[in-house]
Every structure is written in C-alpha cells, then in structure tokens.
Design a protein around this ligand. Sequence first.
Ligand code: GLP
Length: 245
Amino acid sequence: MVKIYKEENYEKLSEKAASIIASVVVLKPDCVLGLATGTSPIGTYRKLIGWYEDGLLDFSRVKTANLDEYRGLPGTHNQSYRYFMNDNLFDHVNIDKTNTNVPNGIAGSVEEECKRYDKLITDLGGVDLQLLGIGRNGHIGFNEPAEDFPKGTHLVDLTESTINANSRLFERKEDVPHQALTMGIGTVMSARKVLLIACGADKAQAIRDSFYGPITPHVPASILQLHPDVTVVCDPAALSLTPLA
Ligand code: GLP
C-alpha cells in the first residue's frame, strides 16, 4: 500500500520524513535503517541530528546499510557516498560507525563485494525502514531503467541522464564515475517499511510514472506499488503531475 503525503515545502517534507524514521528508532532502538544519499535526504538527516542533539533520539544501537556507492571512489573521496553519510549524518550523532555499512566502491572483486553486501543485510536481519530518493528517470538506489528488476546487489552502468544529473556535485563532468554498486530492487522490496522522498518539478514525471502508471522495470520505482508499506513524502512541485496536484 502506498500512502502519499504532500508537504508544503522542503523544510516540512524533511520534518515529516525524519519523524517517520525517528518513530522506527524509538520503537526499535536496535533497528536496521536502509539509508540513501542525494540532495533530497539532507534536510531529513539535519532534522534527525537536531532531535539527537535535543536528547530525543539515541542511535547507539542503530545499524545502517546504504543503498549504493560509486565504483572506483574510495570512502575518503568527497563525492563518495560513504563520505556523504559521515558528513551529513554519522559524524553528528552517537552511532557506532562500525555498525554503518556502505558498499565498497574499490573492492578488488565486484562479484565478491556484491555477495558480501547481500549476506551482510541478511545477517543484520533485513532492513526495518528503507529511505529512498528518486532519480529523474524513476531510478531508486542506482537501479536504472532496465528490462528486468534486479534482485540483489550488483554493478550498474549509469545512464547519461544520471551522470548529467549527478555531475552538478563534481568539479568536472569527466570526474563522475560511470558505474556504481547498488542494492537490488529485491532487497529494497524486502524492507519492512519504505519511505521515499521527492521534491521539485524535475521529479514530477518520475513520481507520476512510479505511483500512477504501470509497474515496469522501465520505471524502477513503480514496483513499490506492490510493497505493503510505502510512504511517499513530496512537495507540491513533485506532485504537480498527479491527481494530488
Ligand atoms: C542518485 C542516488 C539516488 C538518489 C538520486 C536522486 O542517483 N543514487 O539514491 O535518489 O541520486 O538524488 P537527488 O535527491 O539529489 O535528486
């Protein structure tokens, strides 16, 4: 079941998303959070940090597994997703860093790394809540539009549209990696709860196609229509092509 919230701006959207994550942490202090990068969740992480600083949240027993990582970037690179997570959340709350997991973008064997990551998630007992952003083409994690829905962690070739969109964060477009390791759609669908956030008009088509269109691997997020517990939090611009506009 998909529940969609329309929040008036980024601030409110971030607060709503953070309150859903906080509720999971409060109810299950040793929960497993599936986390996401991108600009969309930055405000959500900021709210969680604020509530931690106010003594309302305790991350000491929380474990995390991130969705994806660029192939070829070490965790020390300022555009790696490991760096992003440390910088935007982990360094500011009382989480034990050894309980935080991001695929290793520089692992010698991609195949071994994918197997290791899938096993790690299984050994953690699965993901309690998976946070997602969405790409302009409907991708989740780095699961790009394809002919099928990949199950487990795998290597992907990024599409031109994703490379272009993500190049804004790199000094030069040539610096954007062309490949990434990503959790599969099967793993995302196994999460007990899914929370997707989207803001801005450039996400409007992806939101409409994902939640008001047919379920197809050409729009990877559309499979979420089959998940029993999905919450989507959007600003009005992201909902502008839907009946909720
Ligand atoms: C990247 C990430 C996704 C993210 C997407 C949208 O491709 N791999 O997880 O959802 O960007 O990012 P943004 O929130 O910056 O628009």
